[in-house]
Design a binder for this molecule. Structure first.
Ligand code: HEC
Length: 110
């Protein structure tokens, strides 16, 4: 968690919403932003390692995505195969979720 939670109730609500969004199989920008901040399905949050202003994260293990400005193809390749220290998200995310995450980040940093 990179930001202090306003309260436990809010934290539970956000976790509940993200679980629903993952379970119902229709990932969009809201799902992607939540996953970027919180991770899930046994994978760490993007924001634990990457800074990105749109998601208000400040991780420093990987490159600052606002500076790197990856396009969709680079994002999808990194998510499917991993890059260096960054793990593959092929087990944690479905194809639709990988696409949604690539679309979300590409738009957030352009
Ligand atoms: C455990 C830390 C970690 C997590 C979690 C992580 N990354 Fe990374 N990421 C890295 C590191 C480190 C690199 C640089 C790898 C290198 O260049 O060797 C990187 C590189 C990237 C790149 C650049 C790829 C390239 O070809 O240069 C993108 C895009 C990216 N990450 C997006 C994401 C997204 C989106 C998520 C969440 C789904 C995520 N990362 C989760 C550590 C992480």
């Amino acid at each position: 968690m990179k930001r202090p939670m306003p309260g436990i109730a809010t934290g539970l609500l956000v976790v509940g919403l993200s679980t629903t969004a993952i379970a119902n199989g229709s990932p969009g920008p809201d799902w992607a932003e939540t996953y970027f901040r919180q991770g899930g399905n046994d994978a760490p949050a993007c924001g634990a390692c990457h800074a990105m202003a749109a998601a208000e994260t400040s991780g420093q293990v990987g490159p600052d995505l606002d500076v790197l400005q990856p396009d969709r193809a680079k994002l999808r390749a990194a998510l499917r195969d991993g890059v260096g220290v960054m793990p593959s998200f092929a087990q944690a995310l479905s194809e639709a979720q990988i696409k949604a995450m690539a679309d979300y980040v590409a738009e957030a940093v352009e």
